[in-house]
Design a protein around this ligand. Structure first.
Ligand code: SF4
Length: 686
């Protein structure tokens, strides 16, 4: 038996494990105790990793849609059709009539190649699911700290004296992170949890603040007001390392704790207590997730947290910092690789002529497209407007992940040409014109970057099923048909990473050889091969042009939809420990799916009583955009007037709203309004 080290394919924690391989078959999992973030631990999803490898639903060969049905074709025919059709669209409508979707499930090398292909074809219409989770972190933290990534490490949470957790249910969504937070708690740290739901993460809070959905800024500004009034801020740090403190003070002169309490629904004393706990701690960290970002004020929400950390001087030491927990296994890496419409690899702005030229030179072309491309929701709107005619989707299921599914479905039907490259027949793949079978984590090699900027190597353990191929291989072979052969002369993922080492300075020293040798890889920035990586950012200066942290006043804005007579409930969505994002893998994983096989809606027991809904009764959740049938889960986890649905099931995003944050263009997944009807009532009425 051979033990092959690999990285879990699910969440951004990036846990390491060994796959046990016997006669070419993955037969088991062994725990990798030397891993710095997981130390051998795996959550239920990690433990179920083998179940998707040999699943009978795996896509085995290329297919084309003919008369509404899929028909098996050869790779050569598939590449020929794709190349002809993309060239035709570009020649008639221009390069910006095509859009590319990268995948946080794929490796850095594959995402790098996808965006390179899009850009060499002349478009920046390149995006991926970071738009739906942490685009506000990238925008806000880049503006305030000069880098949009987690500042500290996962194991470093154990060194905190106080941890402020906002909109993150990591006990379910990044379960292995819990062990480090619990470690801190056992050593005496105070834990503050801010969430509209009483989640399993809230169970171990010293202080739980159950805020009204969409009121994060009102709360954080309330805490900042207390800190200013009681002079609990870090004067020396503010003087030496920040800009904008006076403006923050002025912006909050007339903001009372009473107002903060009224907007958030949190008692004044609880806001005061949280502010004092955070500000008085020697080393305090902030952990946040999509509860903060998935709002139309997502960027400002993150800026508010950044302001709080800056005025208290909580940067550059173990157990401090501001730490966005990234969702998918390689969402950090996909952003780093430039699968973003406004940035080339390494967060080079499209408008930065010198840096754009540097990358163009590396790729052997004169220049690259100069106009920012469209984001995920904007691409769908552009399809409706007739501006986008073709889309290449690598490992992403828009039909489950994107807001307002009905609008997405109409757009995908309207496209002239849709290519989907995936491991299963997803709800999106079913609408494709050409379907390409890709391989999953154990069947290919390459690097992935976890939420703590830890770049790690995934070794190939087994051969792929049928004719399935690695995404990087598919892109190289397609490039040949597209006339880009000499720009895609790679024989391995290693060769692509060597080009990435040149393209992205922060990855300069993260070479294939070093990653293959090191369990736990290296945290970027790691500029050269003698550098040991950077687990903690901003130790002596920030990465802004002035080297200082930028404090920017922000104000509360109401969500786009407010409950009314017709839609009296606030609907919020999120994740479960047993499922993962669009559910394409976990819904096919028997040990996970049998425990939560269908969508449910959490309803407060007072609301259920008022509506006459019994536990497990089937109800219809109806928003302005659509409806979904779900099993009623009557609970105290949500406050009266709020309902929660897990978004892993098709149909849930028929309810959500595509209202966008103006800066980061993230949709407001976390707040919509709805009503609940008993299914029995509807049957009776018909
Ligand atoms: Fe995988 Fe995340 Fe679970 Fe770790 S915590 S085993 S990376 S799903």
């Amino acid at each position: 038996m051979q033990l092959v080290p690999t990285i879990c394919t699910y969440c951004g924690t990036g846990c390491g494990l060994y796959l046990a391989v016997e006669e070419g078959k993955a037969v088991g999992i062994e725990y990798l105790s030397a891993h710095p973030a997981s130390e051998g631990a795996l959550c239920p999803k990690g433990n179920a990793l083998l179940q998707i490898l040999y699943h009978p639903d795996r896509l085995l060969y290329p297919q084309k849609k003919e008369n509404g049905a899929f028909k098996r074709i050869s790779w050569d025919e598939a590449y020929g059709i794709i190349a002809d059709k993309l060239k035709e669209i570009i020649s008639i409508y221009g390069s910006d009539a095509v859009a590319f979707y990268g995948s946080a499930q794929c490796t850095n090398e594959e995402n790098y190649l996808l965006q390179k292909m899009g850009r060499l074809l002349g478009t920046n219409n390149i995006d991926h699911c970071a738009r739906l989770c942490h685009a506000p972190s990238v925008a806000a933290l880049a503006a305030t700290l000069g880098s949009g990534a987690m500042t500290n490490t996962i194991h470093g949470f154990a060194d905190s004296d106080c941890i402020l957790i906002v909109g993150s249910n990591f006990t379910e969504n990044h379960p292995v992170i819990s062990r480090w937070v619990l470690d801190a708690k056992e050593k005496g740290a105070k834990i503050i949890v801010v969430d509209p739901r009483y989640t399993p993460t809230a169970w171990f809070a010293d202080s739980f603040l159950q805020l009204r959905p969409g009121t994060d800024i009102a709360l954080i500004n309330g805490m900042i007001s207390v800190i200013l009034k009681e002079k609990l801020y870090n004067y020396n740090f503010i003087e030496e390392r920040t800009e904008g403190f006076d403006d923050l003070g002025k912006s909050l002169v007339n903001y009372s704790l009473q107002e903060a309490s009224k907007i958030t629904g949190i008692p004044e004393d609880s806001i005061k207590e949280a502010a004092r706990l955070y500000a008085r701690a020697k080393n305090a960290s902030i952990i946040y997730c999509m509860g903060v970002t998935q709002h139309r004020s997502g960027t400002d929400n993150v800026i508010a947290l950044s302001n709080l950390a800056l005025i208290c001087g909580n940067f550059g030491r173990p157990g401090t910092g501001i730490n966005p927990l990234r969702g998918q296994a390689n969402v950090q890496g996909s952003c780093d690789m430039g699968v973003l419409p406004s940035f080339f690899p390494g967060y080079v702005k499209i408008s930065d002529k010198a840096q754009r030229k540097r990358i163009a030179n590396l790729w052997g072309v004169e220049d690259l497209p100069t106009q920012p491309g469209l984001t995920i929701v904007e691409i769908i709107n552009a399809v409706h407007d007739g501006r986008i005619k073709g889309a290449y989707v690598m490992g992403e299921s828009l039909m489950v992940s994107d807001p307002d599914t009905h609008h997405v479905e109409e757009a995908l039907h309207k496209l002239d040409f849709l290519i989907v490259q995936d491991i299963f027949m997803t709800e999106t793949a079913a609408l494709a014109d050409i379907l390409l079978p890709a391989v999953c984590y154990a069947e290919k090699e390459g690097s992935v970057t976890s939420t703590e900027r830890r770049v790690q190597w995934r070794h190939k353990a087994i051969e792929p099923p049928g004719e399935a191929k690695a995404d990087w291989k598919i892109l190289c072979e397609l490039a040949e048909k597209m006339g880009l052969a000499e720009k895609f002369m790679y024989n391995s993922a290693e060769e692509i990473l060597i080009e990435i080492n040149k393209a992205i300075p922060a990855y300069g020293g993260i070479t294939p050889a070093r990653l293959k040798e090191n369990i736990g890889g290296l945290c970027w920035p790691c500029p050269d091969s003698s550098h040991q990586g950077t687990p903690i950012l901003h130790i002596s200066s920030f990465r802004t042009p002035s080297g200082k942290g930028i404090i920017k006043p922000v104000v509360h804005r109401e969500p786009a939809e407010i409950p009314n007579y017709e839609y009296p409930f606030t609907l919020t969505t999120g994740r479960l420990v047993l499922h993962y994002n669009s559910g394409n893998m976990t819904r096919r994983s028997p040990s996970l799916n049998k425990r939560v096989p269908e969508v449910f809606v959490e309803i407060n027991r007072k609301d259920a009583e008022y509506l006459g809904i019994k536990p497990d009764e089937r109800v219809k959740v109806i928003s302005r955009r659509g409806s979904v049938e779900a099993k009623a889960l009557i609970t105290r986890r949500v406050a009266p007037g709020v309902v929660f649905l897990p978004f892993h099931f098709p149909g849930v995003n028929r309810l959500t709203i595509a209202e966008l944050d103006p800066v980061s263009k993230i949709p407001e997944f976390k707040v919509a309004t709805c009503r609940i009807e008993k299914v029995a009532d509807q049957v009776g009425e018909q």
